[in-house]
Design a protein around this ligand. Sequence first.
Ligand SMILES: [Ca+2]
Ligand SMILES: [Ca+2]
Ligand SMILES: [Ca+2]
Ligand SMILES: [Ca+2]
Length: 583
Amino acid sequence: MKTSRTCLGATKITFEFRAGFAVFGFAIVVLTLMPFPLNGAQYYTNWAAAHFSDIPAQSGPLADPDGDGEPNVVEFAFGTDPRVGGGIAGAVQPLYGGVNGTNAVFQVEILEREGHQPGVQIDLYLSARLTNWTNWFRPWWLRTTTNSLPSDPAGSVRELFTTRLPGTNIWFVRPKVQLFEGGAETANYYVATNGSDATTNSGTSINAPFATLGKAAGLATNGNLVYVRGGVYPTSSKISFTKISVAGQPIRIRAYPGETPVLDFSAEAGGTDGIAISGNYYWLYGLVFTNAGHNSIAITGTNNIIERCVSLGARNTGFHIGGGSSATSKAASNLFLNCDSIRNYDPAGNGGDADGFAAKWSIGTGNVFSGCRAWENSDDGWDLWMGTSGVLITNCWAFRNGTNILGLVPFKGNGNGFKLGGNNVGAAHTLVCSLSFHNMGTNGCNGIDQNNNTLGQTVDQNTSWGNLKANFSLKHGANTTPHVVRNNVSFAGGSSDAFTSGTLSTNNSWDVVSPTVNTDDFLTVDESFAVAPRRDDGGLPETPFSRPVPGGRLVDKGVKVGIPSYPFYGSAPDLGNFETPMW
Ligand SMILES: [Ca+2]
Ligand SMILES: [Ca+2]
Ligand SMILES: [Ca+2]
Ligand SMILES: [Ca+2]
């Protein structure tokens, strides 16, 4: 369900008049599958119950019982009183904006009176005109907590939002609040570090949880919810998810709201996966996996979603799709969304096998990686070795893969960023809106690599720079169909980029920017930003890192390529994986 509501006004700033009047914004509520029951902690449902026990009908996130134009979820996010109109001055305060120029700093400070509430994403939209309500846009925002003022309420938080835009002398700001997790629901099963799998605990109550995810997973069926409480779970054997669910009734296995469960597979034998999903329609959310004997998650089933999960230190590839060379069924339509795969490392193979993410061998169609990061894995960031069907990789980052963290001698990590196939198997993959930098290793170490895939690849709107060898290695002499390569950026690679003869190469930095791109074309190349914490909603962090200078040589130089869900600003897409917002 997705609903929205338009706000009544906006905060205006001019160079002469920096203070403005604060008027609240609009809200979007994204409910996942189930309505929220009223047993949250500091989440929306708990807040609403506290404020509306006498009028529960008015407790919905989009209700506005005090008639001040601000829906409850906005009052929740900013900590204002949902029963008292007004009283919201200063909650959104423009601080600074450049007058003119092509690269000005814009800053807005917000006050969250009851602290930073979980489960909501606050975004700020800007406009240079208020002649209508259609020209709002959301720039990227670097968010930092900042100093409180003496007059601020106890427990409040101030956040500073900073972005860079082409200048304008008048601008307006309004917030949007998105509710993505309202609080704990009533689950079918609970797992906790102080739980028990013995008959003394039913597992069906938060007060009588199981001790292991494996126990809960064995019982969960269509449409069930399993909550895993925070803490570390030493786990010595593989957990198998084998149920065949149906669309619309996934088995949801989620971190309890506000908590971080860590499944530590250190005690597992080498070569054994942590989680094996042969079933369908599982939806994992918010789990951390460490030290798996083989893959943290190995998927051979279909229609599974792995969201906001982390693989750290697996002894082979972190997150893997594919059944291996003897697969009898094909893994298809699986989604890895907003996951991180970090420092996975196979000592048994001298680092030559552990990728961040992989879709390999016999796979079906529709597998997607979106919003994911892979860094410092011993082998590749992504590896689609011998994948038999096309995979979509969109909005993903691969960096510093092929790093010999354990100091192995010999070390066999290849360290490609995105490896799009292998061993003369043909599959037409799509890699778009992604970032690859500083990948290194002993052999390979290209930013984006065709690797003997016999079909043409679609490689649009990516930035690949500073890799040990080529940023784009798409000429292995194996493909019978040319590649499509558009709107990409390449600079500072260790060896020359190469493309199969006949490749449609257009509007890439090497096609349209001269002299060649360099670091001055970006706001910063300080890669410490790349490992910044994610957005509240799980999306990739927003920072100035590797973004084009507004008004610079990469802006509006692309050709319209029609990538779904990729809005561009100005007259055309920019080059590379980041689009510069425009008034
Ligand atoms: Ca209100
Ligand atoms: Ca109010
Ligand atoms: Ca690999
Ligand atoms: Ca543009």
